[in-house]
Design a protein around this ligand. Structure first.
Ligand code: BGC
Length: 392
């Protein structure tokens, strides 16, 4: 058996034991588990998922007591699939992804990945920090997008399974060297996925740095709650807890204005069918080719944990509720999905997936009026996003 089972084995004991002893320990755990009549399925398994150069990539499966299952790979700290039940109890993945590593390496647009060091755009890939100008590689027209040419989504992270009563958790760590993709300071970034038995996937981020640097970490899952990636997301119903959004210019860079959503196609304060206004004659929708904007979440304080969005899909009954400590939410309606990469079996057509990226506002390093994204030595970057799954 290639899978390893982590359930009910203290993490420290597992890490201390040499390989042969570990195998014996797993056998012992399995035997013990099998002898318990009401034993649930193993909460976490691990299988090899391929290689990037000489680095091996692993795929972890986290399951909760209700059969919800998240598969996470160490390449990009990426959510590969996320199975939740529909109202009839049928489990399907509600995020776009692939069963093998190859399509991810061939270049997919950040499917399920952790994006960083700076999620979203930095205009002209340039910012000034403490009087010094930094130039990042440009990988999105005149801008830097999602950390540059080889951002955190294209790195192999180190995984550490964690025991917890709330449900299985996986901590992934990536150390980004000073100067990598043009950013100052060595950044140690950690993302912890925890699948809890109350049907939530929490994603906890933390980071420390050796020199001042912008940091903005986000998950880039494309949701399709129908469970069928051939269907578009236009019939999904979305609520966003935001009275303002950040309008953009033609390069999708915020102008700096915080504009009221009232009376516009950007007002999702009450639930709206995504397709109902996406093609409205609206300058911002035209610039974004649909929705590709940051909403300013209504919160008592920028870092308060609060409701960001509720996404539902009437035919399956699935509902995902998003709560976060982050100040912004990028809702991207999959406008640039175009059926590529071809030849990998599954293709993802226009608007068959949508992202709800909890994060700081785009291009914050160039907007003094936006909440700061600068992390300094001695400080800890710490953010939490929780996705809760239910049906109606
Ligand atoms: C951005 C889109 C971009 C996409 C890349 C999103 O976060 O907002 O503009 O095309 O990422 O897949």
């Amino acid at each position: 058996m290639s899978a390893s089972f982590f359930r009910s084995l203290p993490e420290t004991a597992a890490r201390r034991a040499p390989r042969a002893a570990r195998t014996a320990l797993w056998a012992h755990v399995l035997a013990a588990t099998a002898s318990v009549t009401h034993a649930a399925a193993p909460a976490m398994t691990k299988v090899p998922f391929g290689h990037v150069g000489d680095q091996s990539v692993e795929l972890y499966t986290l399951a909760n007591v209700h059969g919800i299952e998240a598969r996470i790979m160490t390449y990009g700290a990426t959510i590969v699939s996320l199975k939740t039940p529909d109202r009839r109890g049928r489990l399907r993945s509600i995020v776009l992804g692939f069963d093998t590593l190859a399509p991810y390496l061939a270049g997919v647009p950040y499917f399920g990945a952790t994006v960083g060091r700076y999620a979203n755009r930095i205009a002209h890939g340039r910012f000034v920090l403490d009087g010094k100008t930094y130039q990042l590689p440009l990988n999105d027209g005149p801008n830097s997008l999602h950390g540059g040419s080889r951002g955190f989504d294209k790195r192999v992270w180190t995984a550490q399974p964690i025991e917890s009563a709330a449900g299985p958790a996986l901590r992934l760590t990536y150390v980004s060297a000073a100067g990598e993709e043009g950013y100052p300071g060595t950044l140690t970034a950690r993302v912890t996925y925890r699948l809890t038995n109350d049907d939530a996937l929490s994603i906890e981020y933390d980071a420390t740095t050796t020199a001042p640097t912008p940091v903005n970490l986000a998950n880039h899952a494309y949701f399709n709650l129908t469970g069928d990636p051939q269907r578009t997301i236009l019939g999904h119903v979305l609520m966003i807890a935001a009275s303002r959004f950040t309008p953009v210019d033609a390069m999708l860079i915020p102008t700096g204005e915080l504009r009221a959503v009232a009376g516009t196609a950007f007002d999702f304060r009450s639930p709206q069918r995504i397709g109902s206004r996406i093609d409205a004659a609206d300058e911002q929708l035209r610039l974004g080719h649909g929705y590709d904007h940051n909403w300013v979440l209504d919160k008592p304080a920028p870092h308060a944990m609060g409701l960001a969005a509720v996404l539902s899909e009437p035919s399956s009954g699935r509902v995902v509720e998003v709560r976060t400590t982050q100040p912004g939410l990028q809702f991207y309606s999959g406008n640039f999905l175009d059926g590529k990469p071809a030849g990998t079996g599954t293709v993802f057509a226009h608007r068959t997936g949508m992202c709800l990226e909890t994060q700081h506002f785009p291009d914050s390093p160039n907007h003094a009026s936006f909440p700061s994204t600068i992390l300094r030595p001695g400080q800890r970057y710490s953010e939490l996003t929780v996705l809760r799954f239910r049906v109606r």
